[in-house]
Write a protein that binds this ligand. Structure first.
Ligand SMILES: CC(C)(COP(=O)(O)OP(=O)(O)OC[C@H]1O[C@@H](n2cnc3c(N)ncnc32)[C@H](O)[C@@H]1OP(=O)(O)O)[C@@H](O)C(=O)NCCC(=O)NCCS
Length: 149
């Protein structure tokens, strides 16, 4: 019997990228642009380094088309952060985002990375809670703005 998740997502194929070729890089760049996470200084070479430098990079395809992605960065031994989780707008609400996060978390746990964190953009907290994450009370995101003058 098909799982509820499979019924909701249909024939979506998930796979971890290792060394993407040019065609896949072009698709990925298009997805990063659609997400608004691509700026003028970004290049396909930079994207290749981003994929290669990630602990793992997961994609979701439907009918051969790239419809979602997510990745994790980490030290390979203990801690990891999930980021760049994105599902094309027309494919949202079908369980793909949750599948991406769950598959990333499962892969990280299997690789021995037991501490898994992420930064939720405003409005995404409930989504990540549905995926098993909890807000860490009192913790604040801090971004480096350069050394004090
Ligand atoms: C956030 C995002 C990845 C969710 O993808 P999705 O495929 O629509 O999510 P799913 O269909 O798997 O939703 C899983 C659950 O989370 C809930 N959910 C999804 N987005 C939500 C939101 N913005 N607010 C509250 N709940 C949400 C769904 O209702 C669903 O609940 P259920 O398990 O009770 O059915 C997608 O909206 C997206 O790409 N957003 C833009 C990029 C982004 O903000 N990424 C997060 C960066 S931190």
């Amino acid at each position: 019997m098909k799982s509820r998740q499979a019924e909701r997502t249909g024939p979506v194929r998930y796979g971890f990228l290792r060394r993407p070729g040019r065609a896949v890089l072009r698709e990925l760049a298009e997805l990063y642009r659609a997400a608004g996470w691509w700026d003028r200084k970004d290049t396909n070479a930079r994207l290749r380094a981003l994929v290669g430098g990630s602990h793992c990079f997961l994609t979701a395809r439907r009918g051969g088309r790239l419809v979602g992605m997510g990745r994790a960065i980490g030290d390979g031994a203990s801690d990891a952060y999930i980021q760049d989780v994105f599902v094309r707008p027309e494919w949202r609400g079908r369980g793909l985002g949750a599948q991406l996060v769950r598959r990333l978390a499962r892969r990280l746990a299997a690789d021995g990375l037991g501490w898994i964190g992420l930064v939720a953009v405003p409005g995404a907290e409930a989504f990540y809670e549905r995926c098993g994450f909890r807000i860490a009370p009192g913790h604040k995101l801090m971004l480096f703005r350069g050394p004090r003058p």
